[in-house]
Design a protein around this ligand. Structure first.
Ligand code: ATP
Ligand code: MG
Length: 390
């Protein structure tokens, strides 16, 4: 008997001719995240990927691997030979183990015969194993409709795999199968969630962050870096481009109407991000904006922000309520860091009454009072690049 972790993937199955491209990418990411466990062997089986593990690290590997995008669930398995006695023995063992850890009164055996040469048909095998479990284990009965426990028996060409747990993954597509995006990462709750959601669709993420040092503190920078590190558990190693926009904010503050401060800085953020994206072969910007959440995120506000650039802006949270966004941020474990109370660059010059229905003509007129390109050049010149990993 060996211990392995089986990996099931969802949508990748739909990918037809490109399927092996997606599966190979997925395997690459599984190898990347399991390197810290001594690079266990990862191999392909019909419709699944398997990882050779041992008893000591199996739970840690399950918990690490389930965060790889493209995976629907992972299961800790017993990998055994295909003799009936052995299959019986481990079906019993798996049931006993599960019963020890969970409150289980009913079960059902689900047998799948990938190896059609295996002499016993699935139904027959399931019935046989079910009988054995009923005989040998006390306080358990069969429920074919809604059992507390499924005992999965996968008879494949190489081995038989037995498992009782399906630990949910995030689904989505393997990283790097869908282009590159630049995440506008603030220290807030929303943008890390936005990055997570787009990365889940296979997009490789880099981040850009704006600060107003020394008006904003070093601790605020540390916070953003910490958020990025948490994100990199899912997104892999990436760069943060850190840009000081204090001079830009000062210029706006001095020359433009006070109530346009927020919208004007947002247009600068987009323009700088677009420039960095173009220079790094990145195809889209990603923000944590959600319709109506704050003054700059009204329909008119978003349109004026959009018109600052040509590059597409993805806003995965656009139709979501704050409570739903918070739920995801708790789940991906960015929440506790996001709510730390350090100031963001936007709060430095926050207008008392920001425009909620900006007109593009007015905003463009205000921008004519500024040396937009020169300000951007200067900000980009002083940009810092930080690499983050988990
Ligand atoms: P968040 O919780 O993500 O900060 P928010 O609700 O506070 O969002 P805004 O501050 O208006 O809303 O920002 C909207 C989006 O603009 C953010 O989700 C983020 O993508 C981007 N953004 C805002 N501030 C910054 C910043 N300092 N650096 C980089 N991106 C930023
Ligand atoms: Mg914010």
């Amino acid at each position: 008997m060996d211990r392995v972790v089986s990996v099931s993937f969802g949508e990748i199955i739909l990918k037809g001719a490109n399927r092996s491209f997606f599966v190979n990418k997925l395997m690459k990411h599984i190898r990347r995240v399991t390197r810290e466990f001594g690079s266990p062997r990862v191999y392909k089986g019909h419709g699944k990927v398997f990882i050779e593990v041992n008893e000591e690290n199996i739970d840690d590997i399950v918990n690490r691997v389930k965060k790889v995008f493209g995976i629907v669930y992972v299961s800790p398995c017993y990998r055994i030979g295909k003799e009936v006695e052995e299959i019986e023995k481990y079906s019993l063992l798996a049931t006993k183990e599960a019963k020890k850890n969970r409150d289980i009164n009913t079960f059902k055996v689900k047998c799948k015969r990938v190896d059609k040469n295996f002499p016993i048909k699935s139904m027959e095998m399931a019935r046989e194993l079910g009988g054995k479990i009923l005989n040998e284990i006390e306080d358990i009965s069969v429920d074919v409709h809604n059992p507390d426990l499924y005992v999965y028996v996968d008879i494949r060409s190489d081995y038989c795999y037995i498992y009782t747990e399906r630990v949910k993954g995030y689904g989505g597509l393997p990283l790097g199968t869908n282009g590159k995006g630049l995440l506008l990462l603030s220290g807030g709750i929303d943008s890390p969630v936005a990055g997570f959601m787009i990365a889940k669709r296979g997009v490789a993420i880099n981040a850009i962050h704006y600060h107003s040092y020394p008006f904003t503190s070093e601790r605020a920078e540390e916070k953003v870096k910490k958020l990025a590190e948490i994100l990199s558990i899912y997104c892999g190693e990436f760069n943060i481009y850190s840009v000081n926009i204090l001079d830009i904010q000062k210029e706006i503050n001095e020359k433009c109407p006070e109530d346009e401060m927020t919208i004007l800085s947002r247009r600068f953020m987009m323009k700088i991000a677009e420039r960095i994206a173009r220079e790094n072969d990145i195809d889209a910007l990603i923000t944590g904006e959600s319709l109506g959440q704050v003054a700059s995120q009204t329909m008119k506000g978003l349109n004026v922000t959009n018109s600052a650039v040509d590059i597409p802006i993805f806003r995965p949270l656009i139709g979501m309520d704050k409570t739903d966004i918070i739920e995801i941020s708790r789940d991906i474990e960015t929440y506790e860091t996001s709510i730390l109370p350090f100031e963001d660059c936007c709060t430095v010059f926050l207008p008392k009454h920001p425009v909620t229905r900006p007109r593009l003509e007015d905003i463009e007129e205000s921008e004519r009072l500024l040396d937009v390109e020169g300000l951007i050049d200067n900000a980009v010149k002083q940009m810092e690049k930080i690499t983050v990993k988990p």
